[in-house]
Design a protein around this ligand. Structure first.
Ligand code: ATP
Length: 308
């Protein structure tokens, strides 16, 4: 199935000369939840803003369901719902009026039943006649989501949906995102929280300093996380790994003093006992050993460091 959004060589240099996006290529699959992780200032909001047609790119292109975001902006934009980080809605409006108005902005005919359904799904129906300024922070966030869903978009962008919200609202938000996905909506969310990406996403993208440093299926990433490493400090440095051991997943450090063996932590048979026997057959002795396990956090940190 063709991607719902295609991003090619996307670059953004702000008027200040700052290069916020340095050539992003990404295909967003229909119906997936993609989490974009990255530290502050990585370029996540810029990327979303360009894809949603709010900020013009300096180079490259974005195609949304066959429509070019700049040349065919109205059609492309209709298919997208954006939940920004901050609320800029008129504080004196009621919840119902503001959500209805949002739908109208996209040229969609009035549909009170849909607006009611969106408000009910977000537990906002009872608050429909409240003014925005009378709502709690969490409720205001729900209004933002309701506005973004008012015109029935195929793709929903959530820019840090749970930044600064309490645990209960965070879990509500996750549930809501899952419900939307079940109905076929494609969801792209940005987050600082690795836990959130782990919990929600089908795929995880890591962005740092304007570059997409990784995009991978979450399950695959998790399998990598299931790997453990055993590091052996050798008695005497090796120049290279002996040919007789080439069938083993071994890596030698540059200085030849450490051999690292990677194994599947979930497997019953780690292969450590035969490894040690074969090392001894080759006359390789070690003075110390320790094992380590990587987490998504480690992978994230090392990727961000590597691309720094
Ligand atoms: N209008 C602008 N003019 C100049 N620089 C900008 C502008 N908007 C953003 N930037 C810079 O571009 C970089 C990327 O910002 P962006 O908001 O996209 O990052 P982010 O990954 O969303 O960060 P955060 O997680 O803090 O929201 C930052 O260094 C920011 O200062």
């Amino acid at each position: 199935m063709p991607a719902v959004i295609t991003i090619r060589n996307l670059r953004k240099t702000y008027a200040s000369g700052f290069e916020a996006l340095k050539g992003i290529d990404l295909d967003i699959e229909r119906g997936e939840i993609l989490a974009l992780l990255g530290p502050n200032g990585a370029g996540k909001t810029t990327l979303i803003s360009v894809v949603c047609g709010i900020v013009n790119p300096s180079d490259g292109e974005v195609i949304v369901d066959g429509h070019h975001i700049q040349r065919d902006c109205r059609e492309a934009r209709k298919r997208i719902g954006l939940v920004p980080q901050e609320l800029s809605t008129d504080a004196f409006e009621t919840v119902l009026a503001t959500v209805k108005f949002s739908r109208g902005l996209f040229g969609k005919p009035r549909n009170d039943a849909h607006v009611e359904q969106v408000l009910r799904d977000l537990s906002l129906w009872d608050k429909r006649n409240s003014k925005i300024m009378q709502l709690s922070g969490g409720m205001k966030r729900r209004v933002l989501i309701a506005k973004a869903l008012s015109h029935e978009p195929d793709v929903l962008f959530l820019d840090e949906p749970t930044a600064g919200v309490d645990v209960e609202l965070r879990h509500d938000m996750w549930q809501m995102v899952r419900r939307l996905r079940e109905r076929g909506t494609t969801i792209i969310l940005t987050t600082h929280y690795i836990e959130e990406a782990e919990e929600m996403a089908d795929r995880i993208g890591v962005i740092n300093k304007g570059e997409l440093v990784l995009v991978e299926d979450k399950a695959k990433l998790m399998r990598k996380l299931g790997k453990k490493q055993l590091a052996l400090q050798l008695q005497s440095p090796l120049e290279s790994i002996p040919a007789a051991l080439h069938d083993l997943p071994l890596e030698l450090s540059k200085d030849g003093t450490t051999l690292t063996y990677t194994f599947d932590a979930q497997s019953d048979d780690t292969g450590i006992a035969p490894l040690l026997k074969r090392l001894s057959e080759q006359g390789i002795d070690f003075k110390d050993l320790h094992s380590s396990e990587s987490s998504l956090e480690d992978i994230f940190v090392s990727l961000v460091r590597k691309s720094a």
